[in-house]
Design a protein around this ligand. Structure first.
Ligand SMILES: C[S@@+](CC[C@H](N)C(=O)[O-])C[C@H]1O[C@@H](n2cnc3c(N)ncnc32)[C@H](O)[C@@H]1O
Length: 405
């Protein structure tokens, strides 16, 4: 995890929009003493978890997105790289044999309903559908969950790419897929072993310390988490920004090959923070005092004001859960960027600060840092905000550190 100069060197094993900067986690972890329980309630690809584990602490994470949960589990898994590459070669052979018996009419994931099949027809050509159906089926039969997650993560790398993937889309890795090709530029059987090799080279896999408990990654909603009260020492998390990324939109292309239906994914998407359509009926008095402090929201259309209220509601519930699971004396670190809606600057960081203070936290420190170009978001394809306005949208992130009051 560190190179010969002692610098942090951690490589992601799968693309993920808006990953946390690893150095933020690294610098905020305690060096010695007894192992702590460190938690990320919106763990995404698992940056907090993988570094926590490498530093000898117990890592616990939640996320609602099944792809995030799978990647985070894979990144934290203990599997010998040589074993993984051997297994991948035998899976590929089985998939090639299985593909010989498939035809376009049957080349879908097992149990895929009509709507899911139509979605697959739109995004994948027939030849690749056959290879993907065979590969995903063979991987799903691997018994060891760590090995299965790692191989599925490699499989997913073939789909979640910017340009040259096995689907007909571009920009899937930025969660803004748009159909570009008539025939996919890459075939799954040709690239599967490369994808596994990539992961085998990047993943840390071994902690060499039997005392470190395995990471726990739970598929769960951060607004109501299956974590005991007062059981966590430190939270390090980067919540979704207001209206920034529809994670499921790109991830759907991979998830349909893992047994998820389009209808099920729609439900997951609507459980994402800020995505509910109905307005909250509680805490409105609190939100009306917060709103004027985070930006000039009065000039926004009601639709956008309501969107901010929903975000406040969901983040309020998440922060209340964070306080519940943290022990007295624990700390919570939130990393968040600010946003712009129709040219109006919205200070998400101020919103989180006010919500946290109303839920039993005191502010310990707040610092800002520029987000490196490579980690900035791309605008959604139908975004009205474009050009300079969009470029300015998320150039900085704020690190908020709270103590329990
Ligand atoms: C900014 S990303 C986290 C990135 C992560 N720190 C990393 O390094 O990969 C925010 C995450 O919040 C998750 N999320 C959104 N709504 C959620 C909810 N209600 N409960 C739990 N996680 C949620 C998204 O799925 C996404 O993975």
């Amino acid at each position: 995890m560190t190179d010969s100069t002692g610098m942090l060197n951690i490589q992601p094993i799968h693309p993920f929009p808006a990953r946390m900067a690893p150095s933020i986690v690294w610098e905020n972890l305690p060096d010695s003493g007894k192992p702590m329980r460190i938690f990320d309630p919106m763990a995404g690809s698992g940056t907090t978890l993988v570094i926590t584990k490498a530093r000898g602490h117990q890592a616990i994470g939640c996320d609602t997105d099944p792809l995030a949960v799978m990647i985070a589990r894979a990144w934290c898994a203990d599997v010998a790289p040589e074993r993984l590459t051997r297994l991948a070669a035998s899976i590929l052979n089985s998939a090639i044999a299985e593909a010989a018996h498939l035809c376009p009419e049957t080349a879908y994931p097992r149990g895929a309903d009509d709507q899911t099949q139509k979605f697959i027809d739109f995004w994948f050509d027939e030849a690749n559908r056959i290879e993907l159906a065979a590969l995903s089926n063979c991987i799903s039969q691997v018994e060891n969950p760590d090995e299965r997650n790692l191989l599925m993560t490699a499989f997913s790398r073939l789909i979640i790419t910017k340009k040259l993937g096995v689907s007909l889309a571009m920009d899937v890795s930025h969660s803004r897929p748009h159909r570009k090709y008539d025939k996919a530029p890459v075939t799954p059987f040709n690239k599967f072993l490369h994808a596994v090799d990539y992961i085998a080279r990047k993943a840390p896999f071994r902690t060499n310390n039997p005392a470190v408990l395995p990471a726990q990654v739970i598929k769960s909603d951060a607004r109501s988490m299956p974590i005991d009260s007062a059981s966590i020492d430190l939270i390090i998390t980067s919540p979704p920004y207001l209206n920034a990324i529809d994670y499921i939109r790109g991830h759907k292309l991979s998830l349909v090959w893992m047994g998820q239906s389009i209808d099920g994914l729609r439900k997951i998407r609507s459980s994402n923070i800020g995505a509910e359509h109905s307005l909250p009926t509680t805490e409105l008095a609190e939100f009306s005092t917060i709103l004027p402090q985070i930006g000039d929201v009065t000039s926004l259309k009601p639709y956008y004001r309501n969107m901010i209220i929903r975000y406040l509601h969901d983040m309020g519930a998440t922060i209340a859960e964070c306080r519940r699971v943290l022990r007295d004396g624990g700390r919570a670190i939130f990393v968040i960027g600010n946003s712009a809606i129709h040219g109006i600057h919205i200070k998400n960081s101020e919103a989180l600060t006010l919500l946290a203070q109303n839920r039993g936290f005191t502010m310990e420190s707040t610092t800002s840092r520029p987000i490196p170009e490579s980690r900035r978001y791309l605008p959604p394809p139908n975004s009205e905000a474009s050009g300079e306005r969009m470029k300015n949208r998320m150039r900085e992130e704020v690190i908020l550190t709270f103590a329990t009051a």
